[in-house]
Design a protein around this ligand. Structure first.
Ligand code: SF4
Length: 897
């Protein structure tokens, strides 16, 4: 609508007429216009206009005239009725809760479609010929009618049909109606308006004088063009009102926000007309999780999220202690995939971290709830309990609420009350069922904070009905996207949908509807822009024929609507060459510190000096590192010598039953070494299977070692200190063997697929064995080699460097075997020593550059990317690389150089 339409609406309202709009958003927009116009006239007070959206208009009119005692069902109540009916059908699809609720939602939708488009089919006899799914729905609809009759209930979809006879018998005069923003007036709406009395449709606005159709290279360029255009419009005319129409605006919300923030202006400049599910809004989600936790378990990531929001605490101090406690649980290996409140409070270290008040409060509320949860209660009882429980938990007390949080909590309370209204049929439900219902209601409720009257409104095509602006931009005008396709309703016969003209029943209907929406948009602003992306989801797209008919041929974007290829940097690069030397001579962490220094100096700095750690989600079973520890313990016990273990190849060969020997050690280790908290939380059968798997793996390894040339085990789990260029580190090595020539073989057990190439200078990926070989042996010891003992089922082998492998390790090795092909040499040892000393000097000097040895592989197994922000540096480097000549070294090499 343009100016003429505005003046017409204004005139009708000033003369006491009413305006009915297609949506509540349009009603609010018209009310804002009306008040602005009065203010502009210098008035200080004026009568409130009556502007109602269609649904409110019908409901108010019915409530004012109806004298019957029927209960008007709200959506939650109506859906519950459909769920009960679908469940009573006892078909396979309705036995499970999820499908039952989905089918009930579909049935409710089908009922609404019939009410709107084909009311004669509400009569049971008219549906006799329906078959299959439609016949099932017809049965449900008959049951729904019967339930409504028996319990005096009324569906809000039936209100227009109930209202018509009431209006027809009324003799009093009614104000004239002006109907605005409807893309299509349905027969039932027309009947209501006709019976009401005088009514008219608001004249469409004047057609836009300026219409453009843009073709962008891809969806990103299209969005950027729109955002740039909005920015320019606002710069030229700061009080301009702009409307951006985007299909699937909710699904593309993040993408749209990013583009507008990058090209348009601050977040206050734009707002979305459609909200998001209330269940995703922080205060509502936090409240729901907290209530669930009182009587059940939360997943680890849910609890992490809850604690990070601070909504679970009464003040910032409590919030900090909760975060510290979660960290401590992980540091102590006490993480769990799910946390009940009892388990969380029941850890031995809980009192050390958690505030006593917080613990007492949670326990008291939980006790109070458990008294009630013993038996089902009526929904209003649960609904009344919810705010009391949250009050007692001091929910929302930690800090003052923002306006959006306050509104979200109001919506939350309405959702709780709507679940409480399920008591309309006298049902009782368990607390958990009540929370499940609440969860569904939160997901189905859309929440958008009150409009801040931002100059740019972003809406979907349907939500834009009745909105006016100084200029409009319509995104996604490609052939497959506009007219928007859709499917017919699965519970209604297709021919009925076609006859009644229901949405998506035929392509012609979709075309017609899209044409009306497009024409309405063309009349809603003086300037209207359409755009489409030539390349969409890796496929070529064509412009919408409908838009081309109405707006002309699509033209390539002009340069001023094209985003610059390289964004102006938001940060100023600053080369920080300062170093903070390591103040101590000794570092905890052993060889892993120098391994990290080689992999990436920042990783060593962050882990050894800042004590940063990556976070691994808890697992239901044993983690790789827990399995590794158990393996080491079993091998340590086996090679520990008398009385229970063995110490040499001769003793290994003398074992009567190798399998039973290993099984007894594995059993003892599981018995004595497995932490109690793991034993409590993991099923006994699972642990038995893990023990069996471990015993098999070790037996297979001993079978492999039994073929070795004679050896003795000098030591296992050896602890030594090493001095490297002034840095002192404590080392622990898995095993050292004395070979038949008197030299030592240093062994590291591995279950992963690591190769000896990991030791190669100048930037080894692993320095543990070279470090031990080069710095921890006694002066009179001679090194014979260093090997990984690779223990993978079906692939047992030594991999490494050995002086003379055929003489000291396995006699039958071929010349092509890597152990013989790449023997260990004294020069190698010197190279390793030089490299490791340099790493130690770098660490001591404070060299902490973000410089992974092989990007992105090194980073993929690091876990510190949020701390070092490698992606930002990498993006910067990629920009630089792009401007350099072809053939420049890759990232890792460039940074290594
Ligand atoms: S993520 Fe990569 S760049 Fe960052 S600290 Fe780890 S290895 Fe270094």
């Amino acid at each position: 609508m343009g100016n003429a339409a505005t003046l017409e609406i204004d005139a009708v309202l000033r003369q006491g007429g009413w305006v009915v709009t297609a949506s509540d958003r349009a009603a609010r927009a018209l009310a804002d216009d009306f008040h602005r116009a009065r203010q502009a006239e210098g008035l200080r007070a004026w009568p409130a206009p009556t502007i109602l959206d269609w649904k409110s208009f019908v409901r108010d009119a019915w409530e004012q005239r109806s004298a019957d005692a029927r209960l008007l069902l709200n959506p939650t109540q109506e859906q519950a009725l459909w769920v009960g009916i679908a469940g009573a059908d006892r078909s396979l699809a309705t036995l499970l809760e999820g499908p039952r609720h989905r089918l009930a939602a579909l049935a409710m939708e089908a009922h609404e479609l019939l009410c709107w488009y084909a009311p004669r089919l509400l009569n049971n006899a008219a549906r006799n010929a329906w078959q299959q799914d439609a016949a099932a729905f017809s049965r449900w609809l008959a049951a729904f009618d019967e339930n409504c009759r028996a319990q005096s209930l009324l569906s809000s979809s039936r209100l227009p049909h109930e209202l018509v006879p009431l209006l027809a018998t009324e003799t009093a005069a009614r104000p004239p109606l002006l109907v605005a923003g409807f893309d299509r007036i349905l027969p039932v709406q027309r009947e209501v308006f006709d019976t009401w009395g005088a009514w008219d449709e608001a004249a469409p606005g004047e057609p836009a004088s300026e219409v453009h159709f843009h073709a962008a290279d891809d969806a990103q360029a299209e969005l950027a063009a729109c955002a740039i255009w909005c920015g320019r419009q606002l710069a030229a005319k700061p009080r301009a009102r702009l409307l951006v129409v985007a299909q699937a605006a909710s699904a593309r919300r993040g993408e749209i926000e990013r583009s507008f923030l990058a090209h348009t202006g601050p977040a206050q400049d734009f707002e979305f007309s459609l909200g998001v599910g209330l269940g995703q809004v922080t205060p509502a989600r936090a409240a729901h999780l907290l209530l669930r936790w009182l009587d059940g378990s939360l997943q680890e990531q849910e609890l992490d999220w809850l604690i990070s929001t601070a909504w679970a605490a009464a003040n910032p101090q409590e919030s900090a202690t909760l975060a510290a406690y979660m960290r401590a649980l992980r540091q102590r290996g006490l993480e769990r995939t799910h946390w009940t409140l009892e388990a969380f409070l029941g850890q031995r270290c809980a009192a050390e971290f958690l505030a006593a008040n917080w613990m007492e409060r949670l326990r008291a509320v939980q006790r109070r709830l458990s008294d009630l949860t013993r038996r089902p209660q009526s929904p209003p009882v649960w609904a009344e309990l919810v705010p009391r429980l949250l009050d007692e938990l001091h929910f929302a007390d930690a800090r003052p609420l923002t306006s959006a949080e306050f509104q979200a909590l109001r919506s939350w309370q309405r959702a709780v009350e709507s679940c409480g209204s399920l008591g309309f049929d006298g049902r009782r439900m368990s607390w958990r069922d009540f929370l499940s219902q609440l969860s569904r209601t939160l997901e189905e409720t859309l929440f958008a904070p009150e409009s801040q009257d931002a100059p740019i409104q972003i809406a979907g095509p349907a939500e834009s009905a009745g909105l006016r602006a100084d200029a409009v931009w319509f995104l996604g005008a490609e052939e497959d996207g506009w007219p928007a396709g859709g499917t017919t309703h699965p519970l209604l016969p297709v021919e009925i949908q076609r006859q009644a003209g229901m949405p998506h029943a035929t392509p012609q209907l979709d075309w017609e509807m899209a044409r009306r929406v497009t024409q309405r948009l063309l009349a809603s602003a003086p300037a209207v822009h359409f755009s489409y992306a030539k390349q969409n989801k890796n496929a070529e797209a064509r412009p919408s024929r409908l838009i081309a008919q109405l707006a002309g041929e699509a033209m390539d974007l002009t340069p001023e609507l094209t985003a610059p290829t390289a964004q102006a940097p938001l940060t100023v690069p600053f080369e920080d060459r300062s170093r903070i030397p390591f103040p101590h001579g000794k570092v905890a962490g052993g060889a892993s510190v120098l391994t990290a220094q080689s992999q990436c100096p920042f990783k060593a700095f962050a882990t050894a000096r800042l004590h940063a750690k990556s976070w691994q989600p808890a697992q239901a079973g044993l983690t790789a590192s827990q399995r590794g520890s158990l393996l080491h313990e079993v091998l340590h016990a086996i090679w520990a010598g008398a009385p229970d273990g063995i110490r040499s190849s001769a003793e290994l060969l003398n074992l009567n039953d190798r399998q039973a020997f290993v099984a007894s050690h594995a059993g003892r280790v599981f018995q004595q070494q497995l932490p109690a908290h793991l034993r409590e939380r993991m099923p006994r059968r699972y642990l038995e299977l893990e023990e069996l798997r471990l015993a098999r793996l070790v037996t297979e390894w001993l079978d492999y070692e039994a073929a070795r040339i004679e050896f003795t085990v000098a030591d296992t789990e050896v602890e030594r200190s090493a001095q490297i260029a002034g840095l002192s580190v404590d080392l622990r090595l898995d095993r050292v063997d004395r070979l038949n020539d008197g030299t030592l073989l240093v062994i590291d057990y591995k279950t992963g697929n690591i190769l000896p190439s990991a030791w190669e200078p100048p930037r080894p990926d692993d320095v543990q064995l070279p470090l031990y070989a080069g710095f921890a042996l006694d002066a009179d010891d001679v090194l014979g080699g260093l090997v990984f003992a690779k223990m993978r089922p079906g692939e047992m082998k030594f991999a490494g460097r050995v002086g003379d492998a055929t003489a000291t390790l396995f006699s039958g090795l071929k010349g092509t075997n890597p152990l013989t092909k790449n023997p260990f040499t004294a020069e190698q040892l010197l190279d390793w020593q030089d490299c490791i000393e340099q790493l130690a000097r770098d660490f001591l000097d404070g060299e902490a550059s973000v410089n992974p040895r092989a990007y992105p592989q090194t980073c993929e197994r690091c876990g510190l990317e949020t701390l070092c922000r490698i992606q930002e540096g990498q993006a910067h480097l990629e920009d630089e690389d792009a401007s350099e000549d072809a053939g420049s070294p890759d990232f890792a090499e460039a940074r290594d150089a």
